[in-house]
Design a binder for this molecule. Structure first.
Ligand SMILES: Cc1cc2nc3c(=O)[nH]c(=O)nc-3n(C[C@H](O)[C@H](O)[C@H](O)COP(=O)(O)OP(=O)(O)OC[C@H]3O[C@@H](n4cnc5c(N)ncnc54)[C@H](O)[C@@H]3O)c2cc1C
Length: 414
């Protein structure tokens, strides 16, 4: 039997927390249950690869929805509790401790888990992944010894942790299998800038190489690369992406791709079940396979949107992706769809920053990347949101050593 008035949220991360808060703020008077597999109250993950490891920020700074607020808002918080099965027919969720909670509406906000490649030696105690607060606290303890560090994966988490480790005096190598850094989420000139910045900090970056094995020995852990070379380290961080935690949804027969498929109202293929955050794949006109975002902003906004939709409000959540990263002293902001860019333009911004625009074949700005570009980035982000033609004046093309307005780039104005 369903439970009229009970809003059940599985996953107490950024999306789940914002959904719980929004349900109450939007006037829901019934039961709100927020359950999470972790032992902590909801917290933000961005500090985990940055200030939480260096000690600049504390665990308390990362809180998204504290115990006191949950008590005030009568949100029932069930930590350390894993949902193991959804029964859509009876509208109930079964938990690891044997209890069953019935719902009127269910939100899946289960996020993702780090990918673990099949690699001999991956079970070594020197090998870390980074997704949770407990992972970050373990890394903080390990980095206190300034270990020789190898990071497998040159994506956001790998690079942020590389910068953090450098700032703590570690010697750092980054191994990336593809030919460039953050290849899935940046235009290549920005990847080149990142490479230069990390190398300038002393990070040894090996692009186009995979790791074939890890072996512990008396001197540390030996990281073997596919060209036969070996790097000896004290600590290895595996940062090769995440898998959406969509097993519950799959087993319940919900439509899934690389995550749980949702529409603009955050609804899954079951009208009583919603999904938000890293686990949700949104049907989106610019992404034929669906759009699954791994970003703080999306987790918050989609959590809010899902809560409103669960209350029957009209919701049309169709975001322009927005992400930021902090590495060394730099703030890097990305808006839009860098993978759709055919050309890249750039210009310097006041104060020593850089602004890159990704432009498609018809001259539309499909992505903007700011490096310490503050206000200029915000203006460029608006252009992306409005599908505006790229403003060529003042920009240089990254595709040829010619100014963007020259004949070499005339197709951009078409
Ligand atoms: C180290 C790190 C740094 C990041 N830095 C940035 C950044 O600088 N900028 C940015 O934009 N984004 C950043 N992100 C991404 C951003 O934090 C995520 O996109 C966001 O946390 C996703 O929120 P979520 O609620 O969807 O998932 P999560 O925050 O992962 O929360 C999901 C929760 O669900 C729980 N759960 C899973 N399965 C079950 C189950 N069966 N039963 C109960 N509970 C379950 C999990 O334990 C987890 O607590 C970072 C992520 C990480 C890991």
């Amino acid at each position: 039997m369903s439970a009229p008035g009970t809003m059940l949220i599985v996953g107490a991360g950024q999306a789940g927390a914002w959904a719980a808060r929004t349900l109450r703020e939007s006037g829901h008077a019934g039961r709100i249950v927020l359950c999470g597999a972790e032992r902590h109250a909801p917290y933000e993950r961005p500090p985990l690869s940055k200030g939480l490891i260096t000690g600049v920020s504390s665990v308390a700074d990362s809180e998204v929805l504290g115990l006191a607020e949950m008590e005030d808002r009568a949100i029932e918080f069930l930590p350390s509790l894993e949902a193991v099965k959804i029964d859509p027919a009876s509208r109930a969720v079964l938990f690891g401790d044997g209890q069953k909670i019935s719902y009127e509406k269910l939100l899946l906000a289960t996020g993702g888990s780090p990918c673990r490649p099949r690699l001999p030696g991956l079970d070594s105690p020197r090998v870390h992944t980074l997704r949770t607060l407990d992972d970050a606290l373990a890394l903080r303890r390990a980095f206190a010894q300034a270990p020789r560090t190898v990071i497998i994966g040159g994506g956001w988490i790998g690079l942020e942790t590389a910068a953090t480790a450098c700032s703590l005096g570690c010697s750092v190598s980054v191994i990336e299998a593809s030919p460039r850094l953050c290849g899935r989420s940046l235009m290549s000139p920005v990847s080149e800038w990142l490479l230069e910045r990390h190398e300038a900090a002393g990070v040894r970056v090996r692009l186009g190489h995979g790791v074939t094995a890890l072996n512990d020995d008396a001197d540390g852990i030996r990281v073997r690369l596919d060209d036969g070379s070996v790097i000896v380290a004290d600590l290895v961080l595996v940062g090769v992406g995440m898998q959406p935690n969509d097993a519950l949804a799959r087993e319940a027969g919900l439509d899934c791709g690389q995550g749980v498929r949702v529409d603009a109202a955050c609804r899954t293929s079951d009208p009583h079940i919603y999904a938000a955050g890293d686990v949700a794949v949104l049907a989106h006109p610019r992404a034929p396979q669906g759009l699954r975002l791994e970003s703080w902003q999306n987790a918050q906004d989609q959590g809010v949107a899902a809560a409103r939709a669960m209350l029957g409000q009209t919701v049309a959540y169709m975001p322009v992706p927005l992400l930021w990263s902090e590495q060394y002293e730099h703030m890097i902001q990305i808006a839009g769809f860098p993978n759709l860019a055919q050309h890249t333009l750039w210009r310097a911004t006041p104060g020593g920053g850089r602004l890159y625009l990704g432009v498609d074949t018809s001259g539309v700005t499909v992505a903007a990347v700011g490096i310490d570009a503050g206000r200029d980035f915000r203006a460029a982000r608006k252009s992306v949101e409005q599908n505006a033609q790229a403003p060529l004046a003042g920009y240089q093309s990254c595709d040829a050593s010619a100014p963007a307005g020259s004949s070499a780039n005339s197709e951009l104005t078409a």
